[in-house]
Ligand binder design. Structure first.
Ligand SMILES: NC(=O)c1ccc[n+]([C@@H]2O[C@H](COP(=O)([O-])OP(=O)(O)OC[C@H]3O[C@@H](n4cnc5c(N)ncnc54)[C@H](OP(=O)(O)O)[C@@H]3O)[C@@H](O)[C@H]2O)c1
Length: 383
């Protein structure tokens, strides 16, 4: 048996088609935990009714997360409503400081101001917080973690661990093997972000706005400043820095923090598109040493959590509809930059609610579980 805490080796499956360009790797970073090996006594899901929170709830069950019990917290609006977990009906509780009494681990996916308030309540009570919001990500005391990329960063946590922004996560998973092999100097990235990236209200706006438009009815958008149905909006977040938005600047700062390299130059453009779920990105990378297409394919294929789907003549490349509900980062359309010898261009697609949010947070929880199990700490002992 493999000792607990060791990553599972990636198994590359290379399907040598006519042009030998379909490579696929599909493995979890770590073996899924077994619920029988309880590590956490009580886990809390904060924001359990949200777009990300609902997936966290299903992942805790699906991946047999090693918690004896799980409690579900949300706003006053949802308190008292029910959800099913491990075959039983559970009641959602209102978020409060007292809700964290006896909780070992909290996984939070709430708006930033809510995270700012609840995380200290939890930490004061000895609970470790894995937070999806943007509030703590750039705090130097808070590790920003993608388990495939910088798992060692969890070691330095002081109670709060942040999970990156969805558009950053898939970018960094793709950049990591290129950076390790040939040092990434410059990145130009344009995103095609789905409506679910703005939460339950974004998905509702897209569906109802599309229906209204098709039926010639008026519709008032709640989550978007402009109609998202039959449209493309070149603004995500607010104006932040020299004409770049807050979403774009998150991609710059978070990428540098996770890769531990402040010298990487990044020029992002973040765009909302009328896609229900799953973000896509067009990425152009300049490396110190030029990377040829075949080498890039091999590097991507060896990266845990990456699936390469790249056969242009056969019309095979990742798309939101083919990657919806998957936990990996998908890469295709790999080609040399025609304008620069050190440039490499590719297309990257990932489910923003899963790897871009919920899956990444639960994987961080699994990392902590292995660390604690490896230390032989009794259930309920605080991290
Ligand atoms: N959507 C994505 O693709 C994505 C990706 C990465 C990170 N994130 C981040 O994850 C967080 C959640 O995003 P989401 O898309 O899941 O949003 P969402 O669908 O709007 O869900 C928000 C959740 O927060 C809860 N909440 C709101 N105000 C609260 C309050 N005052 N007290 C307690 N709970 C409160 C809501 O509970 P009620 O239902 O009771 O209102 C709901 O459960 C955000 O910080 C977002 O930036 C999202």
């Amino acid at each position: 048996m493999r000792p607990q805490g060791e990553p599972v080796a990636a198994e590359a499956v290379i399907v040598d088609r006519r042009r030998a360009i379909y490579t696929s790797v599909s493995v979890p970073v770590f073996e899924k935990a077994q619920v029988e090996n309880i590590v956490f006594d009580v886990v809390a899901v904060v924001g359990a009714t949200g777009a990300v929170g609902r997936i966290i709830v299903s992942l805790l069950e699906e991946r047999r997360f090693p918690a004896r019990s799980v409690k579900f917290l949300a706003s006053q609006r949802s308190a008292g409503t029910k959800l099913r977990f491990r075959g039983e009906e559970q009641t959602i509780e209102e978020l409060s400081p007292e809700a964290f009494e006896g909780v070992d681990l909290a996984i939070g996916s709430t708006p930033d101001p809510v995270a700012r308030e609840f995380a200290p309540w939890a930490v004061e009570r000895g609970c470790v917080v894995i937070d999806e919001s943007g509030y703590f990500r750039m705090d130097p005391k808070v590790p920003l973690v993608i388990p495939e990329v910088n798992p060692q960063a969890v070691e330095s946590h002081q109670g709060i661990i942040s999970s990156p922004n969805c558009s950053t996560t898939q970018l960094v998973v793709a950049l990591k093997p290129l950076h390790d092999a040939a040092r990434v100097r410059r990145v130009v990235v344009s995103t095609y972000q789905a409506a679910s990236g703005i939460g339950v209200a974004g998905s509702r706006d897209l569906e109802q706005g599309t229906h209204a438009r098709l039926h010639g009815q008026p519709f008032h958008y709640e989550a978007f400043a402009h109609p998202i149905a039959f449209n493309v909006i070149p603004q995500i977040g607010s104006e932040k820095h020299q004409g770049y938005t807050s979403e774009e600047m998150k991609m710059v700062h978070e990428t540098r923090k996770i890769l531990g390299d402040p010298s990487i130059q990044i020029c992002p453009t973040c765009v909302r598109v009328p896609v229900g779920n799953v973000h896509s990105e067009s990425i152009l990378v300049e490396t110190e040493r030029p990377i040829e297409v075949d080498e890039a394919r091999r590097l991507f294929a060896a990266m845990p959590g990456v699936v390469v789907v790249d056969d242009l003549p056969a019309g095979k490349y990742p798309m939101p509809l083919t990657c919806d509900g998957r936990d990996e980062v998908f890469i295709g359309r790999i080609r040399k930059d025609l304008s620069h010898p050190s440039g490499l261009a590719f297309w990257c697609v990932s489910d923003n609610l899963r790897k871009g949010a919920a899956t990444n947070a639960v994987q961080i929880g699994e990392l902590l579980a292995r660390k604690r199990a490896g230390q032989g700490r009794p259930v309920g002992a605080r991290a």
